[in-house]
Design a protein around this ligand. Structure first.
Ligand code: NAD
Length: 485
């Protein structure tokens, strides 16, 4: 029997162990993208709120960073258990705010649990090194210590798991965190913070702010309290925040946009590959940084592939993510809807053929048809800009050299995929394509234990895996002599 859930929580900031609501603060509406209806009002942080969060992160840092990794592990593991217990209610709110189908929201929460559990464990393995000493009286070591209070910023497309990737890694490393999620999707981040607090995290070790993004980020990054910036979002905002961080000489991890090419060679089962591509392309309505966004298919099979992809797109059940059987929800907001329409209109005006889709569905909510286009000129904006919508352009190619050049013809280099049964083609592709996340005959969403390291404009540094934890640690060298002189 299924349980009926309502929209979770009064929407609040969390600062220094205290939930702060809308009283005395400006507010923003949180909108259900499936209906356009207001779900609630979100308080916006004042300058005082931001400064209080900074003071709390500073005050909590000494005790939290000096707690043993085993104690931090216990608290993080407890938080993961609490999230598991609250999974269905959180998933319901996540779908209401983000629009994704309920099963996908539940899947996201499962990955939150996996991420926290993995980071908790990995925090116990933040080993340093013992160096061969320069003299027998010397002990020379490197030690890893928490880098300091962290400012973390995340977008709305996977609001809870992207926040968990930063918060869990930073807390496991011994850092305190001020988290600024996207204002479109606050509830699951509020529940993430609540779980950590209920699990015994010291007040102040994790604060949560919403507000005017540019104001909050500027004040946090400029503060001497913050020693590390971690951002997931668009290239444009990433560039802005990386510049602010550089001015302060603060390390910054930037997980930015992607424009993933998918290369389909002529030795595959076209129908099976088209089915796999449709499933991954239209997941979360294409609003995924790792989403395939340019399909290059061998000349001899391109038309058949495009027709099969279009058939899968047409067959998708699009609707409110809470309705059973729905496979694709709305776009998250009005801006994305306008961007999707503008990209399709631009391609169409340049001569592209619309095999299916191409426009908004209805007038309520932010639904856009799953769309497949062919015959795009290289100048089409869709081939240069991250689409972040359910639009799939299909182009053709003749040779391997040609298609690798096409795949690499992008300012971004996050993910890239190839489908082939030939080992030589797979090896050549993996070696020459400019991307940090490569799939051969498979699509893999982000994993707790694997680093994502975007190339070119897609990022700076790494998140996920031991490399992701290292981003919150500072290595210091200690040389100790057994004699005082
Ligand atoms: P966005 O850059 O607009 O917003 C991301 C965060 O930055 C939010 O918290 C937002 O409130 C804040 N923000 C927005 N404008 C700001 C400003 N002027 N100053 C400071 N902060 C600001 O991104 P989005 O459109 O919400 O998210 C989608 C983007 O995120 C896509 O480009 C996607 O590829 C990228 N993304 C990357 C990864 C990755 O791992 N590389 C993962 C998921 C999403």
């Amino acid at each position: 029997m299924s349980t009926v859930h309502s929209y979770l929580s009064s929407l609040s900031l969390h600062i220094a162990g205290e939930w702060r609501g809308i009283s005395g603060r400006d507010t923003l509406p949180v909108i259900n993208p499936a209906t356009g209806a207001e779900l609630g009002r979100l308080p916006m942080a004042t300058e005082r709120d931001i400064d209080d969060a900074l003071a709390a992160a500073q005050a909590a840092f000494p005790a939290w960073s000096q707690a043993s990794a085993w104690e931090r592990d216990r608290i993080l593991q407890r938080a993961a258990v609490l999230i598991h217990e609250r999974r269905d209610a959180i998933a319901h709110s996540l779908t209401l705010e983000n629009g994704k189908p309920l099963a996908d929201a539940q899947g996201e929460i499962d990955r939150v649990i996996e991420t926290i559990t993995w980071c908790a464990e990995e925090g116990k393995r933040a080993y340093g090194r013992v160096l061969p000493p320069r003299s027998h009286r010397l002990t020379q070591t490197t030690l890893k210590r928490a880098i300091g209070p962290v400012a973390a910023f995340v977008p709305w497309n996977f609001p809870m798991v992207l926040a968990a990737r930063k918060v869990a890694a930073a807390l496991a490393a011994g850092c305190t965190v001020v988290l600024k999620p996207a204002e479109e999707t606050p509830a699951s981040c509020i529940e993430l913070v609540r779980a950590f607090l209920d699990a015994g995290l010291p007040p102040g070790a994790l604060s949560l702010l919403f507000g005017v993004p540019a104001q909050v980020s500027q004040r946090l990054i400029a503060s001497p309290v913050i020693r590390k910036i971690s951002f997931t979002g668009s290239v444009a905002v990433g560039r802005l925040l990386a510049t602010q961080a550089a001015q302060q000489l603060k390390p910054a991890t930037m997980e930015l946009g992607g424009h993933a090419p998918v290369v389909v060679f002529d030795d595959v089962d076209v129908d099976k590959v088209a089915a796999a591509c449709a499933a991954f392309k239209f997941r979360n309505a294409g609003q995924v940084c790792l989403s395939p966004s340019r399909f290059y298919v061998h000349d001899s099979i391109a038309e058949r592939f495009a027709q099969r992809l279009a058939a899968h797109a047409q067959a998708l059940q699009v609707g409110d993510g809470l309705t059973p059987g729905v496979q694709m929800g709305p776009l998250n907001n009005e801006r994305r809807l306008q961007a999707a329409q503008a990209l399709v209109d631009d391609a169409r005006a340049a001569g592209a053929r619309v095999l299916t889709g191409g426009q908004r569905i209805g007038t309520q909510g932010f639904f856009f048809q799953p769309t497949v286009l062919t015959q795009l000129p290289a100048s089409a904006r869709l081939l240069k800009e991250e689409p972040f919508c359910p639009v799939a352009p299909v182009m053709s190619f003749a040779t391997l050299d040609e298609v690798i050049a096409l795949a690499n013809d992008s300012d971004m280099g996050l993910a890239a995929y190839a489908f082939t049964n030939r080992l030589d083609r797979a090896a050549e592709f993996s070696e020459r394509v400019e991307a940090g996340w490569i799939g051969i005959n498979s699509f893999t969403p982000a994993l707790a234990d694997a680093p994502i390291a975007g190339m070119k404009d897609s990022g700076l540094g790494m998140e996920g895996g031991p490399e992701g934890l290292d981003a919150y640690l500072h290595s210091r060298f200690v040389s100790q002599s057994s004699l005082a002189t």
